[in-house]
Design a protein around this ligand. Structure first.
Ligand SMILES: O=C(CO)COP(=O)(O)O
Length: 292
């Protein structure tokens, strides 16, 4: 059974401002805005440059990217996950074949939980996806695996699709407990849900996140295989075969193809590089799967 390649861009709580957001929505828009700011100094020159740039983009880049993505539409899914405050803006402006995800949501029905955003609110805003269990939330906000399992179950019950993150720390890897750790994190989710159709499992080794130390394709593949084995033994063979297991941790335009060529790597959850033009190259690594 073919698994649609999945690429998520996690625009973390870094110095994202409106300009960055616009750039991510459509790189060409920001370039034009940038040029137009310069119009103050030399209107005619910049106007000329603007037309020139537009012609260049239309003829070279935009058509290429759009044609390419249309060709691969059947085998790829792209989701971007901006901070909450940008969700409506990004959702409203994003090309229609890309979708948005929230970076978190509350564990149960909305109520008096100051600062939290409920699954119901996301559903109301037509935000289809949510990232849950990110290692930054597990480590910095003390989210336990059980709590993450509850969150996944509640979000699914409200109709959200979930990117559920798991992954070991460096100490755990060095102690040889990687598989036990990710199995336990997966078990805490499996204990709370019965339908995996709307779950994408994101294996994100903590030591690879934001460090530039990417897992080797073999290291990532090995864990993905173990996760699939775990799902087969503890959930069922269908879920093991059909659930997308994506990799996250220092993925960039340079390493994505080698990672994507691994049979059990079904895509990526990308942090830093999802805010750069190379995100397109990462999306394009789906091509590796076309003839697999
Ligand atoms: O945490 C990540 C995505 O959720 C990965 O972040 P980086 O790609 O910046 O390492």
């Amino acid at each position: 059974m073919g698994r649609k390649f999945f690429v998520g861009g996690n625009w973390k709580c870094v110095s994202i401002h409106l300009f960055d957001v616009m750039r991510m929505i459509d790189p060409f828009v920001v370039d034009l805005l940038f040029i137009s700011a310069d119009l103050v100094s030399d209107l005619l020159f910049n106007l000329f440059l603007l037309v020139d740039l537009m012609l260049f983009y239309v003829s070279h880049i935009e058509i290429d990217v759009f044609l390419w993505i249309s060709m691969l539409r059947d085998i790829i899914k792209v989701v971007v996950s901006p901070p909450y405050v940008f969700l409506p803006l990004v959702k409203g402006s994003l090309r229609s074949d890309f979708h948005v995800a929230a970076q978190n949501c509350w564990v149960s029905k909305g109520g008096a939980y100051t600062g939290e955003v409920s699954a119901e609110m996301l559903v109301d805003l037509n935000v289809p996806w949510v990232i849950l269990g990110h290692s930054e939330r597990r480590a910095l906000l003390n989210e336990s695996s059980e709590f993450v399992g509850d969150k996944v179950a509640y979000a699914l019950s409200k109709g959200l699709k979930v990117i559920a993150c798991i992954g070991e720390t460096l100490e755990q890897r060095e102690a040889g407990t990687t598989v036990d750790v990710v199995a336990a994190q997966t078990k805490a989710i499996a204990a709370k849900i019965s339908d995996w159709t709307n779950v994408v499992l994101a294996y994100e080794p903590v030591w690879a996140i934001g460090t530039g130390k990417v897992a080797s394709p073999a290291q990532a593949q090995e864990v993905h295989v173990e996760l699939r084995k775990w799902l087969k033994a503890n959930v069922n063979a269908d879920v093991a075969a059909s659930t997308r297991i994506i990799y996250g941790g220092s993925v960039n335009g340079g390493n994505c193809k080698d990672l994507a060529s691994q049979p059990d790597i079904d895509g990526f959850l990308v942090g830093g590089a999802s805010l750069k033009p190379e995100f397109i190259d990462i999306i394009k690594s789906a091509e590796t799967k076309k003839n697999a």
